[in-house]
Design a protein around this ligand. Structure first.
Ligand SMILES: Nc1ncnc2c1ncn2[C@@H]1O[C@H](COP(=O)(O)OP(=O)(O)OP(=O)(O)O)[C@@H](O)[C@H]1O
Ligand SMILES: [Mg+2]
Length: 284
């Protein structure tokens, strides 16, 4: 990495993280990707490859430090540390579109859906594989799966959970709009740490696919007389926990959405597993 570049990035990206990236990639150039809520991500590219570098400060430091521990436990290539109160993490960079990007043609009304359906199956299988290893991602989102040529890779592992490695007290179930009702109820009731489960994750998985199809959250708050913007995250969790919010009426892909509806409306004990959902979708 050139001296100029390092000077330009030094305040944001911890020096130790750059060193760790360079140990894997050779001299790197840092490309800023995101910077929000105390957490910043760069793509570090060098002659020997690319890695993702993430740094978290303030509350984000605890969250990023936990992600580093998860990456270790899952055996991801890379390293992590804390420098001057900033937690950082270096993991492989995954090339490919996110699930939301894969579904863009569907949202644009394109009728050729075979490849998109295959990608939906790939996502379900990646989640099923994680569950088979005893883990729950616990923060699935349309942007948290990357569809690479070697399969789907799940990212943003801060809240990933397995028995004996519980999420921190800060865990609130992940993105509220995709929260399973039983997990929302636990969070609302003040259970800490709120425990995600494979079944709750299948609800979220179905919600992710639904959102990728329609571009809208699965539940139609307005039809229940609620305005999510006024509710805030806590209010959305409470509304989901209470129930009675209908699914959004938009059905651009009725055959697939019917399956997702099954997963979204079933009580936790009757939801398909991620592997079963994969099977159902590949049979559509
Ligand atoms: N290993 C990776 N490979 C490819 N892209 C990545 C990788 N890690 C992060 N990204 C990109 O950076 C974005 C932000 O990463 P991530 O979700 O981990 O950060 P975050 O700060 O927790 O974001 P948020 O809090 O908004 O979810 C991702 O949506 C993705 O576009
Ligand atoms: Mg994220």
């Amino acid at each position: 990495m050139s001296r100029e570049h390092r000077a330009a990035e030094e305040q944001l990206c911890p020096y130790d993280a750059v060193q760790a990236a360079e140990a894997l990639c050779g001299p790197v150039v840092l490309e800023p990707v995101t910077d929000r809520r105390g957490s910043a991500v760069w793509r570090a590219v060098g002659p020997n490859g690319a890695v993702a570098v993430k740094a978290g400060e303030g509350d984000g430091a605890l969250v990023t430090a936990r992600e580093g521990e998860v990456a270790d436990r899952l055996g991801l290539l890379g390293t992590h540390g804390v420098s001057d109160g900033v937690a950082w993490l270096v993991t492989p960079w995954f090339d490919g579109p996110s699930t939301r990007e894969v579904f863009a043609p569907v949202r644009a009304g394109d009728s050729d859906r075979a490849a998109v359906r295959a990608a939906a199956v790939d996502l379900c299988r990646a989640v099923a594989d994680l569950h088979a290893r005893g883990w729950v991602h616990a923060d699935l989102q349309p942007e948290h799966a990357i569809h690479t040529k070697d399969g789907v890779r799940l990212i943003d592992l801060s809240w990933a959970w397995r028995p004996g490695f519980e999420p921190s007290e800060m865990f609130r179930g992940g993105i509220p709009h995709l929260l399973a009702p039983e997990l929302a109820a636990a969070v609302v009731a003040g259970v800490r740490p709120a425990a995600p489960s494979p079944a709750a994750e299948v609800y979220t998985l179905a919600g992710v696919l639904w959102t990728c199809i329609t571009g809208r959250w699965p539940l139609d708050y307005e039809r229940a007389g609620l305005l999510p913007r006024e509710l805030g995250a806590a209010g959305v969790r409470e509304a989901i926990a209470t129930g009675g919010i209908p699914l959004d009426a938009d059905r651009p892909w009725p055959e697939l959405q019917q399956l997702l509806e099954g997963a979204l409306l079933a009580p936790a004990g009757e939801r398909p597993t991620a592997a079963e959902l994969a099977g159902q979708i590949s049979d559509v």
